[in-house]
Design a protein around this ligand. Sequence first.
Ligand code: AMP
Ligand code: TRP
Length: 337
Amino acid sequence: MSKRILSCMQPTNRLQLGNYLGALRNWVNLQDEAATECLYGVVDLHAITVPHDAQALRNATRETAAAYIAAGVDPKRSYIFAQSAVPAHSQLSWLFMTQTPMGWLNRMTQFKEKAGKNKEKASLGLYGYPVLMAADILVYKATHVPVGDDQKQHLELARDIAQSFNQKYCDGEEFFPLPDPVITGEATRVMSLRDGTQKMSKSAESDMTRINLTDDADVIANKFKKAKTDALPIPANDAEGAGRAEAMNLIGIYAALNDQSKEQVMNQFGGQQFSALKTALSNLAVAKLGPITARMNDLMSDPTEIDKILAAGAEKANALASPTLDDVMTRMGFWLR
Ligand code: AMP
Ligand code: TRP
């Protein structure tokens, strides 16, 4: 195996278009590459770093796994598992916590965004979250991590942790490969439909800011119709699009959904009114997301199937993760186990 792919999503609320275009779609494509082994986790332990409801978490964990499968992750070729079913993640995370300077975590911009104004009330778990993420990746010695652009900084931290462990406990030998981020496509950072300066997010207050993977055709059409644009015609090139975040966001979404470049989309729609692009975008999104939604609903109607897939995935993930944890513990001086 030359490549080991690992990526994860949090089971918080429903998946949105940014999750799909920024990450999930690339996960599916990576399965087709030769000599790759793919592991896709539902990181339920990450989901409890902010206030959560137990029953909602249970459902969301299943629903997130269903979304992976509905989007094309094939449980026969990839391992799908819940993070909490593989204890080595948390165990390695603690070991890493003790080796990670607070200064590295203080630089993480996502903590600042998520903690908001009231940093004192944010949990220690939210602060340490990127260390758990590093453990998620390194416990499998993953080589490639397909994510959206917002995870770049967390990936750099994982690389720093890997490098520091290699130096401290392995005489500089590459015990942990340094994981490469895979951030590809025309929509690595999908923005809110209402504010081009904000990322599209499943936890944003207003549902009108995002397209959920479970939205039906009418809801999708209405959200694109009401999406914020500006008074100028659709830009025909990058220069005309400069400083027009909302316009470029819709163009990026169209390009990604239609497997085109932004340039091609601007060539086609440049100079027209936004209503033309919005109508085309709604039709395209319904055509691409509709089958995913239908398959998801299907899967959710019989959770035993998903539960079986998660159990098989966890078994394999545990088998891969345990030897790494064991090795790390030995190198750090533990022997009573
Ligand atoms: P999360 O919803 O935070 O668990 O994110 C799961 C994956 O989706 C990560 O790889 C993110 O980088 C990606 N992602 C989330 N929101 C967006 C977005 N608005 N644009 C592109 N990728 C995103
Ligand atoms: N932090 C990621 C996010 O919010 C989710 C995540 C947790 C992840 N562990 C990971 C992504 C490991 C890639 C690899 O989107």
